[in-house]
Design a protein. Structure first.
Length: 139
């Protein structure tokens, strides 16, 4: 798929001729994208999708910044050559929510275990069982 990405660079030399690079999306999901880039010189990869602080990128396996391009899109600096860019969306709110949810589930499990092992509960159950046994009429 092309058209969603663009490689931009500076004019080359005095001729004003602009060499264009290429970018191809090789895989994509709801929260990730892999782009193969071939750039004749240092430039920018601009992904025409919304920028957000939760986007992270790796250029050939190393972290690289994801910046707002044209105020709205995702832009990453690209050195000359062939590269693979991996973008992943991990919003801070999602990570915080996942952490709080996990802690809450853990706390509920602890409370359930303690409740089941509670010696006062067992004594009360035994007392109720004994009372109901003595209140039965003989046949």
């Amino acid at each position: 798929t092309t058209g969603d990405t663009r490689v931009e660079g500076n004019n080359s030399g005095a001729t004003g001729r602009q060499e264009k690079g290429s970018a191809e999306i090789s895989s994509r999901s709801l929260n990730s994208m892999t782009v193969r880039v071939d750039s004749p010189r240092d430039g920018w990869l601009v992904v025409a999708e919304s920028w957000d602080k939760g986007w992270t990128a790796r250029l050939d396996g190393r972290p690289t910044p994801v910046l707002p391009g044209n105020y709205a899109f995702r832009a990453m600096p690209i050195p000359a050559g062939r590269h693979v860019i991996e973008l992943v969306y991990r919003p801070v709110g999602f990570l915080l929510g996942t952490t709080i949810t996990g802690m809450t589930i853990g706390l509920l499990l602890i409370v359930a275990v303690v409740w089941q092992l509670n010696p006062f509960k067992r004594r009360k159950e035994k007392a109720l069982a004994a009372r109901s046994h003595t209140n039965q009429e003989p046949e």
